[in-house]
Ligand binder design. Structure first.
Ligand code: GDP
Length: 536
């Protein structure tokens, strides 16, 4: 028997097309096998789960191994065994656009007793807390709820980490005059899929056309949400965010639901949680809004964040300070509580999980290992993509390549480019900028050019000098070797060292250093021309 070939794949999942090129087998074989094993595999671009890939590979006599995308943040023995302390519920407000999510959050924020709107940091912490036991004062024994101050699905999705959701309940806002709409259904389904209980807030009950009863029937019909008023067990409060009507009742419903959930935590466990979002503050640098899920956070601790998307940056650091929305320093942040975490150099991707590490060395090591794995996964996927493109090009031999530049280098020629002097079907680009804003702006400018003429794919837009990793990602093996894809790194206001220049030259990656965005387009066009000429 032929020994199975070994394949190391990223845990992120691949399409059957990608899997086929990496395994060097026919893609219809992979797709057929995937489809047989899982009917929901729609086409060759459907992403297969690692579990399905494993089964497919078994059938194809391939030995597959996955390099995990995430490191286990907490060992089993660090998970809290004896969660005894009650903890605050974390609440997300969802619903259809214009149904009043923002207005509701605004109205609730007013009852955030500690909300003084002082200090430049106020807008940087995307969560606030509200007393939910009718005690309208900041008292030690008061019960609070943490509200995520970003309405909608994005906030909810960014709280999804490792398949769990860092929100305990969803307030589903439905406008009484508009009724259940597509995003209402979507939100309801998201909550159900995540097993998060819903409280319905029927908003705009002050409007002349308001018909809360009709909304309740719609909810029952379209989502199976059976409200108490109709004999079900889902709490539903008729409110007006604009007039503040029945907000105490809504908070009471939240309090009741939280009690039923019996939320507990163990403050002695290792601190861990999720980043909801992070912003750059002029005075404080990166401010990450984090929700603690277990243990506690304290200033001085070392933390490491991990996100399967991150390719670079310092995703670890020492907590310089923890603040609430008002910029008030917190000595300790307990489970269920959100805070702004200050002390990290780089912005943290939303949804990144974090945990406390014993010291800087451990945090750095974990962060670097995680980034290296992400880069490896990206390189593998990029390799698959460029092999796919190559394969498709061969198949579509007769199909004309879109004209890029003609032999004289003029950009606006109508002549179709023949096979052997074509620049290529795709130019993969990495943008590095001095700040996130500039990198994004350059990426946008470059991406916009695609519409004009050049099929361009932005692989990544990040902050900082050009690194070996950038070159490695850009030159996903195979792309550089005269294949259909070309790679380029645009360095905007950042340094490119000799080492990276040399590596790039060797890998066939063009580096374009740049300072002014309004010359970028011209220079990029020239650069494309240069690649084109070199190719001939
Ligand atoms: P979002 O898109 O869900 O965040 O909705 P907004 O909070 O931005 O509200 C959309 C519009 O509805 C705004 O013009 C609000 O002033 C209005 N609105 C929100 N709540 C109420 C309410 O309780 N009564 C009335 N009459 N208007 C409301």
């Amino acid at each position: 028997a032929i020994p199975p070939r070994k394949l190391v794949l990223p845990e992120l999942g691949l399409s059957s097309k990608q899997l086929a090129v990496l395994a060097n087998v026919r893609d219809d074989l992979v797709f057929k096998s995937a489809k047989e094993l899982d009917e929901s595999t729609r086409n060759s671009a459907t992403v297969l789960t690692p579990a399905l890939i494993e089964l497919v590979c078994e059938e194809l006599n391939l030995n597959v191994e996955f390099s995990p995308q995430t490191l286990p943040l907490l060992q089993d023995n660090q998970l809290s065994k004896d969660p005894l302390h009650p903890r605050m519920p974390v609440v997300t407000v969802m619903g259809h656009v214009d149904h009043g999510k923002t207005s509701l959050l605004d109205a609730l924020r007013k009852s955030d007793v500690a909300d003084h709107e002082v200090g430049g940091i106020t807008q940087n912490v995307a969560a606030f807390r509200v007393p939910i036991d009718g005690n309208n004062r900041e008292e030690a024994h008061s019960k609070f709820a943490t509200f995520i101050d970003t309405p909608g699905h994005a906030a909810f999705k960014s709280m999804r980490a490792n398949g769990t959701i860092a929100t305990d309940l969803v307030v589903l806002v439905v406008a009484a005059d508009d009724g259940v709409m597509p995003q209402t259904v979507e939100a309801g389904n998201l909550a159900r899929a995540a097993n998060v209980p819903v409280i319905v807030a029927i908003n705009k009950c002050d409007m002349p056309g308001a018909d809360p009863e009709r909304v309740r029937y719609q909810l029952l019909e379209s989502l199976g949400i059976n409200t108490e008023q109709l004999g079900g067990d889902v709490q539903c409060v008729d409110i007006s965010a604009k007039n503040g009507t029945n907000l105490p009742q809504l908070l009471e419903a939240i309090s009741l639901q939280a009690e039923m959930l019996d939320l507990k935590s163990d403050p002695s466990a290792r601190g861990a949680g999720i980043c909801l979002e992070s912003r750059l503050d002029r005075a404080f640098g990166s401010v990450a809004t984090v929700v603690v899920r277990s243990g506690i956070l304290k200033p001085g601790q070392h933390v490491v964040f991990q996100s399967p998307k991150a390719l670079r940056g310092d995703l670890f650091g020492r907590i310089r300070s923890l603040v609430d929305r008002n910029g008030t320093q917190l000595d300790v942040v307990e489970p269920g509580v959100a805070a702004g975490l200050i002390g990290l150099r780089d912005p943290i991707p939303p949804g990144a999980e974090f945990c406390v590490e014993v010291n800087e060395k451990a945090a750095r090591a974990k962060s670097q290992e995680m980034l290296a794995r992400n880069v490896e996964a990206t390189v593998t996927i990029e390799l698959a993509n460029s092999l796919c493109a190559e394969r498709e090009e061969k198949i579509a031999d007769a199909v004309q390549v879109p004209p890029l530049l003609d032999s004289s280098g003029a950009a606006d020629s109508d002549t179709a480019v023949s096979e052997d002097n074509a620049v290529g079907r795709l130019i993969a680009i990495i943008v590095k900028g001095d700040v996130k804003g500039s990198a994004d702006a350059v990426a946008q400018c470059v991406q916009a050019m695609e519409i004009a003429r050049y099929p361009i794919r932005i692989l990544d837009a990040g902050v900082g000098d050009v690194t070996e990793m950038d070159v490695k990602i850009a030159s996903a093996p195979g792309r550089a070797k005269g294949n259909s894809e070309k790679a380029m790194i645009i360095a905007f206001n950042v340094r490119v060292r000799e080492n990276e220049k040399r590596l790039a030259r060797r890998a066939g990656v063009a580096i374009l250093s740049h300072k002014l965005i309004y010359h970028l387009e011209d220079e990029l066009k020239q650069e494309l021309e240069k690649i084109y000429n070199l190719d001939r």
